[in-house]
Design a protein around this ligand. Sequence first.
Ligand SMILES: CC(C)(COP(=O)(O)OP(=O)(O)OC[C@H]1O[C@@H](n2cnc3c(N)ncnc32)[C@H](O)[C@@H]1OP(=O)(O)O)[C@@H](O)C(=O)NCCC(=O)NCCS
Length: 147
Amino acid sequence: MKIRKGKIEDLDTLEIISKEQFKVKKLQPKFKILLRDNSYHIQIIEEKGAVIGFIIIKFLYKNLIDIYSIAIKKEYQNRGYGYKLLSNTLKNFHKYKITLEVSEDNLAKKLYFKCGFKIDSVRKRYYGNKDAILMSFYKLEPGSEES
Ligand SMILES: CC(C)(COP(=O)(O)OP(=O)(O)OC[C@H]1O[C@@H](n2cnc3c(N)ncnc32)[C@H](O)[C@@H]1OP(=O)(O)O)[C@@H](O)C(=O)NCCC(=O)NCCS
């Protein structure tokens, strides 16, 4: 297993995974644009040299980032890869406050709780008749409190 930065050469594979995992077009990340945009950061997870998933981070403001998207290929799901990918991001960006949004019925919610995210608020009926849950993770280091 290897986690590395996404490259333009990954474009086709990333689009395949995204189409497979996000049936709703609106949720499918536009990798062609994102890979060239400095306000986004794409990390890839590989198993035996094959790309099996991705996470996209959006830099929002100073020490604030958002988990824009995360997906693992169907046949590799529920085997700990999503956890490894997200934990790696939390470790790399430990000085940041990290936010995300997830539909109330998405099992990804369990992954976020497992990684230490807490619910900040709920947007009622944001996805049709489903609520959107807004979550965040912030691990302050001793003495690093904001003034
Ligand atoms: C969400 C996603 C990235 C999780 O990746 P994953 O590799 O399957 O997750 P993991 O195997 O690391 O599981 C981590 C935790 O999430 C939960 N989980 C993940 N998949 C689950 C499933 N199918 N059923 C029940 N719980 C599940 C479990 O609590 C699990 O922890 P546990 O095994 O200790 O119980 C993956 O399922 C995915 O690509 N989903 C489709 C795209 C998507 O919805 N992305 C999130 C948008 S907000």
